[in-house]
Ligand binder design. Structure first.
Ligand code: ADP
Ligand code: MG
Length: 728
């Protein structure tokens, strides 16, 4: 067994980079080749059908079912040119990842042969068996009907031999069973709320978009080492493992030279991403050893989120070609940084104005300040809900731990914007707003030109940081569907903007000029947020915990309790009023969340129990046997001097024995706790019981990690942190 681990490590270390399959052309030439984008639509559809489809995509007009046959026909012709034999409705149920059921294009031609067929009907709608997806009781198992329906705003794409059609997934009675449906509703809501405000500044604006730029952090582990770790395979994280002597202390991994095996993986990932029309922009080493990041150029939120889902699938598959396994778990290794998925978010108009960026003149600055302050107000009002929107069993290991994000939602503004807001509180409402842009700064070397310093600094500890033209929601977990966070954020902002507009309208109706009405409504809001949700200090400090509680921000760290926020009156009011979720959907989704939480912890607890009993204790007992053998021999050789001669062995024996006992008794306690928890009927109460079990896993881990420190390296059955993290 020990030999096996040693061999695996040696072999993993010797692996060489597998060259990426680089196409012999510029990226722009093949970008989007596997996506039925506007160019393909133009080529494969008649002018009338093309225009009708574009009208549907750009202006939200319902697609006439009559044209669906032609659209499907065009897609089929294009897809078959790329060797496609199957189609699938591609959707995002309330599990992790995406769902797909492939149907071949084959049909009888009624002349004794076969033909490929793809009709408008099967493009628009399908009826997968919904009973096996989480629904939180919306759809009882005897009523298994659920529907997937084509989302024309996200282009169909090819994966392998299959044409993938992005769809929403709803129940027979119309409730959303997925992430995409509420996301799309929230995007409509934020447009509906923001548009009338934008039109007061510029009558030409017809649409407001929500933009998302995700930064995906991930770990890569050699696949052979991974296969030797049951915890990684079954839970996505290591449940045990002593810290490596060298971790991330030297800050030498962040932005370091990318290891060659990883580099070839990244190239393949990018090439596949480009072929799927994903505008990947950034790749780099992250803070922890074997941790990396990739990010595209931001885009419209629904599309950008679909692309993130696609990317996670692609990365997963491509990793194996390079002998890696991709880890998207938020905390695969204790003691070093975990992985997030920073959601850079903003609003912008179809006329090209970024609503969260300072403008060129006083009026555009007023528009910016309006959106800026309203976003902060929405985040303040729903801070607990926003935290709940990113809470999961796995992200819990990042929440509240000493790394981004703390379990308190606050916003970092930077000194420029803080000063602007402070000033605005005191000046008369008709004072033109000026905001300092980038300033030049000499680096002090004659050969290097002046560099431009941003009007925001960075603060890694802030979960919702302003970064000059957007907010960066850093608390989202690396494995999450961005839609969870983006739906809540857009909905909260939509509610706030609607409320704001009503107030402003009243002031204007009372005879005030527009700019004065705006500032009069904004000023008390600024006063409120500046002392509550805005916080530029260290989000990791203990003082902040106390200060945040004093400010009335939510400091809950128990994930099952956080979910309760979704069904509190203020949240139900917000979501139903804005048309994103019904109360039934909120209740049902919470059931799913608690159930998922319980199951995740339950799996971890089982794996922990079995590894402790089948891997760790036997290894420790083998070491104990070695010690006992030596002791027996010492006793024979030194009958008089035995205690002196055997002192080291006796100490080790005592230590190993007591640690083994600790592991065994703690495991037994944990099994009892599980038995009790499993009898609980209420999903909420059960999740709470499992929250305690999750905590108890740390108590089992501690003696195991101590055993790893003492037991002969030769006998240790699991690849160690120093091996998992430093081989690539
Ligand atoms: P960081 O310095 O935070 O690591 P990255 O370059 O890794 O930044 O990623 C920043 C992300 O933010 C990119 O996806 C980028 O396209 C996106 N982004 C930039 N501007 C906006 C914006 N106005 N709205 C939304 N996302 C944006
Ligand atoms: Mg980044």
């Amino acid at each position: 067994m020990s030999k096996l681990r040693f061999d695996v490590v040696q072999d993993a270390f010797k692996k060489k980079a597998v060259p990426a399959e680089t196409p012999n052309m510029e990226t722009s030439k093949y970008f989007g080749e596997l996506v039925f984008n506007r160019d393909k639509m133009r080529k494969y559809l008649s002018a009338d059908t093309f225009n009708a489809l574009i009208d549907c995509i750009d202006n939200g007009h319902t697609l006439n079912r009559a044209i669906a046959d032609e659209v499907a026909g065009g897609m089929k012709t294009w897809a078959m040119e790329h060797g496609v034999t199957h189609i699938t409705h591609w959707f995002q149920p309330l599990t992790e990842g995406t769902a797909e059921k492939h149907d071949s294009l084959m049909e009888y031609d009624n002349k004794g042969g076969m033909i490929e067929e793809f009709t408008g009907k099967s493009l628009i709608q399908q009826e997968p068996d919904a009973s096996s997806f989480p629904s939180g009781g919306i759809r009882a198992t005897f009523e298994a009907r659920g529907y997937t329906a084509w989302d024309p705003t996200s282009p169909v794409f090819i994966q392998d031999d299959t044409l993938c059609i992005p769809t929403v997934f709803i129940s027979y009675t119309g409730e959303a069973l997925d992430y995409k449906t509420p996301l799309k509703k929230s995007l409509k809501a934020v447009n509906d709320a923001a548009l009338p405000i934008c039109q007061m500044f510029d009558a030409k604006v017809k649409k407001v978009y929500s933009y998302l730029g995700w930064e995906q952090e991930y770990f890569l582990v050699d696949e052979d080492l991974y296969a030797a770790r049951p915890d990684l395979m079954l839970t996505g994280r290591t449940l045990m493992g002593h810290a490596s002597s060298k971790n991330q202390q030297l800050d030498d991994h962040y932005f370091g030279a990318i290891p060659s095996r990883v580099m070839e993986f990244m190239k393949d990932v990018e090439i596949e991403g480009y072929r799927h029309g994903i505008p990947l922009k950034t790749r780099h080493n992250e803070v922890a050893p074997n941790q990396f990041e990739l990010a595209p150029i931001s885009g419209e939120t629904n599309l950008s989120n679909d692309q993130n889902q696609m990317m996670m699938n692609l990365m997963n598959n491509i990793a194996r070609k390079h002998g890696f396994v991709l880890l998207l778990h938020e905390k695969p290794f204790e003691g070093i940084n975990g992985s997030g998925k920073h959601n850079n978010w903003s609003l912008g108009t179809d006329t090209g104005t970024l609503l969260l960026a300072p403008g060129k003149d006083a009026m555009s600055n007023l528009q910016f300040i309006t959106f800026f302050v309203n976003v902060l107000m929405a985040v303040q009002k729903h801070n607990a809900l926003l935290k709940a929107s990113i809470a999961t069993a796995t992200n819990a290991h990042r929440l509240g731990a000493n790394e981004a994000p703390p379990a308190i939602i606050s916003s970092f503004l930077g000194h420029t914007m803080t000063n602007v807001l402070r000033k605005l509180m005191d000046v008369p409402s008709d004072t033109p707003i000026t905001i300092a842009g980038k300033t030049g700064k000499s680096v002090g070397l004659v050969e290097i030109p002046e560099i431009f310093i941003d009007n925001t600094d960075r603060n890694r500890t802030s979960p919702f940081a302003f970064t000059g033209n957007r907010f960066e929601f850093r608390a989202v977990g690396s494995s999450a569907n961005c839609a969870g966070a983006m739906t809540t954020l857009n909905a909260a902002v939509a509610e706030q903007l609607t409320d704001f507009k009503a107030k402003v309208d009243k002031e204007i109706a009372g005879g005030k000029a527009m700019n004065i009405a705006f500032m009069d409504v904004l000023k008390p809001m600024i006063r409120e947020i500046i002392d509550t949700v805005c916080f530029d200090g260290n989000g990791y400090s203990d003082d902040w915990q106390k200060e945040a509680a004093r400010r009335g921000l939510d400091t809950e760290t128990c994930v099952p309790k956080m979910f309760k926020e979704f069904t509190k009156p203020a949240s139900v009011e917000m979501f139903t009023h804005i048309g994103v979720y019904t109360e039934d959907e909120l209740v049902a989704r919470n059931e799913v969340k608690w159930e998922t939480y319980t199951k995740k912890v339950q799996i971890e607890a089982r794996v922990m129990g079995r590894m402790a009993i089948n891997h760790i204790i036997p290894a420790a007992l083998a070491y104990k046997t070695r010690l006992l053998t030596i002791l027996t021999q010492l006793k024979t050789i030194y009958p008089d001097d035995f205690l002196t001669m055997a002192s080291t062995e006796i100490e080790l024996l005592k230590k190993v024995t007591s640690l083994i006992d600790e592991v065994r008794t703690r495991c037994a306690d944990m099994v009892e706790a599980r038995k009790a928890a499993n009898k609980i009927e209420s999903e909420y109460e059960k999740a709470l019981a499992y929250y305690d079990i999750a905590e108890s896993l740390f108590a089992i881990r501690r003696p195991i990690d101590k055993l790893e420190e003492v037991v002969d390296n030769d006998l240790w059955p699991l690849p160690k942190y120093r091996e998992l993290l430093f081989i690539n």
